[in-house]
Write a protein that binds this ligand. Structure first.
Ligand SMILES: [Zn+2]
Length: 301
């Protein structure tokens, strides 16, 4: 075998052991690639963006092919392709995005749950979308991103209606070292919103990115949940969450396909916590939050 000697910058050769194992003639079955422990969890993923493929169906098909490798049963999907990249999405943009998610749900209702994407800067249109996609449609949650700071009063009618519908509220939150976008929420903004809506569960997306601050920000507010998705799989993240919030307030999500399922699941499976705590984080906490709306719609959990 030939390689480049990094010190000399010239090719070197060295012996390599001969592999005497016969090459398999057919691909390994997918199931054998999944650790049986992972399969046993029956993972639910809170945070997925189906973006790869020419049609909504194919985008979900691709995502399911990855999910099956990792033992993921269910995925909450929102903001697929074309990604509504405008920070302050127009009503046309978020309506189009919700149409794409609705198209996926027609074929993939056994694997996907839809969250309606809203921009409270456009309040009237957001309330309309909430009715169209959740009250009158199959979606079970709402996704709030960076168009409007969540501590603002425009959020109140949205939260009130979402609570009536039992729709789970997910808000992107970040503490950015260089400063947030003008309307990007921090975990503290979510705390301010939560204080006006006692009894309504909400998920602090990304746990603020800077999770050591994010966990502290939401710690005293029992209705706020830590969403694990979309940051580096740093050691200590989940352990601190379990210690400070309790395992029942932490929810696994990936932010796939911007992040891999494997790296995000590893935050939980690699943590020094009990198997039962892992099961709560990877499945039960999210399932418990969604069960009321799933059952009210006659859907299968
Ligand atoms: Zn995301």
């Amino acid at each position: 075998m030939t390689a480049i000697d990094p010190r000399a910058g010239r090719p070197i050769t060295y012996p390599i052991p001969v592999n005497t194992t016969p090459t398999p003639t057919s691909p390994l079955p997918t199931a054998s690639l999944v650790d049986s422990t992972l399969q046993g969890f029956g993972i639910w993923d809170l945070h997925c963006h189906p973006v790869q493929g020419d049609t909504p169906y194919k985008r979900m098909e691709k995502m399911v092919s990855y999910a099956d490798r990792m033992g993921i049963e269910r995925m909450c999907i929102y903001m697929g392709y074309p990604f509504p990249g405008a920070i302050d999405s127009t009503p046309e943009q978020f309506r189009q995005d919700n149409d794409n998610i609705l198209a996926i749900l027609k074929d993939w209702g056994t694997r996907a749950f839809g969250f309606v994407y809203l921009n409270p800067h456009h309040l009237k249109e957001s309330l309309y979308e909430l009715e169209r996609c959740v009250a009158d449609g199959p979606m079970v949650g709402i996704k709030l991103w960076v168009g409007w700071k969540c501590s603002k009063p425009e959020l109140d009618p949205i939260v009130k209606r979402a609570a009536e519908l039992k729709a789970l509220i997910f808000q992107h939150c970040w503490f950015k070292a260089g400063g947030n976008d003008a309307m990007e929420s921090t975990p503290q903004d979510l705390v301010d919103l939560s204080l006006r809506h006692p009894g309504v569960p909400m998920v602090c997306g990304h746990t603020g990115g800077n999770w050591e601050l994010g966990i502290r920000a939401i710690r005293e507010h029992r209705e706020l949940y830590s969403g694990l998705a979309g940051s580096e799989p740093t050691a200590g993240y989940v352990e601190m969450g379990v210690r400070e919030l309790g395992a029942d307030r932490i929810i696994y999500g990936s932010d796939s396909e911007g992040r891999s399922f494997a790296s995000q699941i590893a935050k939980v499976t690699g943590a020094s916590i009990t198997p039962e705590q892992k099961r709560m984080i990877l499945r039960e906490n999210l399932r418990n939050l969604l069960l009321p709306i799933i059952q009210s719609k006659g859907m299968k959990a």
